[in-house]
Design a protein around this ligand. Structure first.
Ligand code: FE2
Ligand code: FE2
Length: 175
């Protein structure tokens, strides 16, 4: 198996880990009776799961080995309401770096098909880092009265995913 295929298999684990982390964050906010923040992270968890399944589909399509990896346990307790969003923001930045490394690997191997597959993920990371940066600012500003944050998310919720139409197919179908 190519180094790129190996690294993409590894990334599947990171995407599932991100999904588990977002579920843990959603549950934390649900428990704090902050339903919009909870809903936001439940949705993000499904998106990360879909990212993993897009990578699974890509490996299936390219006839590479695919092994579903285990994931590290997420962080489940937080020092306050800002901490989970700060963690999510750091996580999105880390995933951006991981995707960039994958692109470099594909390019070094002359795997232009693999590189092209990853272009959607580069755009997706740009969107996710930007929206998590915004949410972090909103939560920091509103931490004394989280109803403002809930209102903000209530207004921002819904609507199509901006990159939804061009998304790569997910194994078993996207949720
Ligand atoms: Fe992701
Ligand atoms: Fe993400």
């Amino acid at each position: 198996m190519s180094t790129f295929a190996d690294a993409l298999n590894e990334q599947i684990g990171y995407e599932f880990a991100a999904s588990q982390q977002y579920i843990a964050i959603a549950v934390y906010y649900d428990d704090e009776t902050l339903p919009q923040l909870a809903a936001h992270f439940y949705r993000q968890a499904v998106e990360e799961r879909n990212h993993a399944m897009m990578m699974v589909q890509y490996l299936l399509d390219s006839d590479a080995d695919v092994a579903i990896p285990g994931v590290e346990a997420p962080q489940t307790s937080f020092s306050g309401v800002v901490a989970p969003v700060a963690l999510a923001h750091a996580q999105e930045k880390r995933v951006t770096d991981q995707i960039v490394e994958l692109v470099k690997l594909a390019r070094n191997e002359g795997d232009l098909v693999g590189e092209q597959f990853l272009h959607w993920f580069l755009q997706e990371q740009r969107v996710e880092v930007a929206s998590m940066t915004e949410l972090l600012a909103v939560v920091e500003r509103g931490k004394e009265n989280l109803l403002h944050v809930e209102e903000y998310l209530g207004r921002a919720a819904g609507g199509e995913h901006p990159l939804g139409a061009g998304a790569p197919p997910a194994a078993g179908g996207a949720l």
